[in-house]
Design a protein. Structure first.
Length: 197
């Protein structure tokens, strides 16, 4: 009996799909979106808040992947390239919001929860305290400068290495570490009343 072939490693699968996408294979594109959509959406939501623009921007990310597939080279991890596209579109949106503000970003973040609700039932008092803490955390993250916020999201939620974050943000590894240190220091300061209790 012939053994089944080994499943492709994530990077190899991404490279294989991108090779097919570069030749116009729409099914390969659907598969790639299915694999990476939740990570892209999650990153965009954490950067911008879960509003209608976030879904539009996530769609634009994959449209750019489709349009740039012929130029893609497998010299870096696909996810690094994908998050670099995500970064560019998110930063463009943040700049657009600064030029044409509709609501302060901090207020927008305070009105939304980016994390899934805990399935365990909490007492009403615990629920209120948990909601208040989550609002404070999201507001504090939303108030960080865009590079610090993106570095924090990529490290904390996407669990990317310093090297990958450096490539995405076009920073050296010491600069990534410094950026993350400043972001964490700022968050500790903004959340001090919750941390001391």
């Amino acid at each position: 009996m012939t053994p089944l072939p080994e499943p492709l490693a994530a990077d190899e699968l991404d490279f294989s799909l991108m090779a097919r996408i570069s030749k116009g294979d729409a099914l390969a594109m659907e598969q790639l979106i299915e694999i990476h959509q939740s990570r892209v959406l999650g990153t965009v939501f954490k950067m911008l808040g879960p509003d209608s623009d976030a879904e539009d921007i996530a769609q634009q990310v994959f449209l750019r992947v489709w349009n740039s597939a012929a130029n893609y080279t497998s010299s870096a991890k696909f996810t690094t390239w994908l998050f670099k596209i995500t970064r560019n579109l998110v930063f463009n949106e943040l700049r657009r919001r600064k030029r044409h503000p509709t609501a302060p970003l901090e207020q927008e973040a305070a009105n939304h929860h980016f994390q899934a609700e805990d399935s365990q039932a909490l007492s009403p008092d615990s629920s209120l305290l948990e909601a208040e803490l989550q609002d404070a955390i999201q507001t504090a993250i939303a108030s960080l400068p865009e590079t610090q916020r993106m570095a924090l999201v990529l490290r904390r939620y996407e669990e990317l290495s310093y090297e990958e974050i450096g490539t995405i943000l076009e920073l050296s590894i010491p600069a990534v570490k410094s950026t993350l240190f400043r972001a964490r220091t700022e968050l500790r300061s903004k959340l001090s009343k919750y941390l001391s209790g």
